[in-house]
Design a protein around this ligand. Structure first.
Ligand code: SF4
Length: 295
């Protein structure tokens, strides 16, 4: 009777993580906004691996996949799904909408997606559409990715007013500034200690949002941080910053040049971001063995 229940589940999660990586579940042939302030050498490795230019041995993959981390990621996905439901109830979220029966996708041909269709799919399906995040790709920088949500600000306010909530002065000020109609939303679930200390969005997250604003051509973004322990929230407005984007864009164009200009078959790697192989990000990096082999 006294069998170890967690052990079997852990093995299941590790196997699932390995399979997902091997199947290329995350497209690494473009640059991800969420990775941009991290190690560009790692981005280069991922790119070469996804393109099939370099190999990776099974042990390097296994060593960085951990059951606890898989559970953390899954909790993060669940938080996103829950907030997606909240936003969907406002009727102000733009997205791509998939018919669960015939799988037709609506809104994917529009730059920012569209509001949820108010009529059933032409195939006759009676079920709700499935929401899919709006994706972007920019050829010049090779930046791409999907945003958690795009909200129509006017519709969101209409929904807010339907509860007869008092719109205070701060809201009025934001309304005046927000001349633009849409807002990118990015959700972050963070640990209680980080949450308590949080006074502004984290620097890497600001970069991520700026890249989303560049890709979507919008001016405003919002972060919602949710405490993993208490589910308390904090939200922050981010305004598009052209100066910051100019710097980040130059970095991306340079990295794209390095990775896509085959130097007589030599795969060039940018410098390491960290000074020690024991850095937290290096310990989780699948390319650690190759990266530090000469040091
Ligand atoms: S091991 Fe560390 S320095 Fe090397 S690519 Fe990975 S994250 Fe970057």
């Amino acid at each position: 009777v006294d069998i170890n229940l967690v052990d079997a589940v852990d093995r299941q999660l590790i196997l699932r993580g390995i399979t997902a990586f091997n199947n290329g579940d995350r497209d690494m042939t473009h640059f991800h906004a969420s990775q941009w302030d991290k190690c560009h050498r790692q981005i280069a490795y991922h790119y070469y691996y996804a393109k099939g230019y370099i190999d990776l041995d099974e042990s390097s993959i296994k060593n960085t996949i951990d059951a606890k981390l898989e559970r953390i990621f899954e909790n993060g996905h669940n938080v996103h799904a829950r907030w997606n439901r909240y936003f969907r109830n406002t009727n102000a979220i733009l997205g791509c909408w998939r018919c669960v029966q015939c799988k037709k996708l609506i809104g994917d041909d529009l730059a920012l997606g569209c509001l949820e269709p108010n009529k059933p799919c032409s195939c006759g399906c009676k079920e709700d559409y499935k929401y899919e995040e709006v994706g972007f790709f920019d050829e010049e920088t090779m930046w791409g990715g999907h945003v958690d949500a795009i909200l129509d600000i006017d519709l969101y306010r209409k929904y807010q007013k339907s509860f007869l909530l008092k719109i205070d002065d701060t809201d009025k000020e934001v309304e005046t500034q927000n001349a633009d109609k849409y807002l990118i939303v990015d959700l972050k679930s963070i640990n209680p200690m980080q949450f308590n200390k949080l006074e502004n969005p984290l620097p890497g997250h600001i970069t991520q949002m700026q890249i989303y604003l560049y890709l979507s051509n919008l001016k405003y973004g919002k972060f919602i941080y949710e405490d993993k322990g208490s589910q308390s929230t904090k939200e922050y407005l981010v305004v598009r910053d052209e100066h910051m984007l100019a710097v980040k864009k130059e970095e991306a164009i340079w990295l794209k040049f390095v990775l896509t200009n085959d130097d007589k078959g030599v795969r060039r790697l940018p410098n390491r971001k960290y000074n020690s192989r024991s850095h937290r990000d290096c310990l989780r990096c699948k390319f650690r063995g190759d990266c530090w082999k000469d040091r």
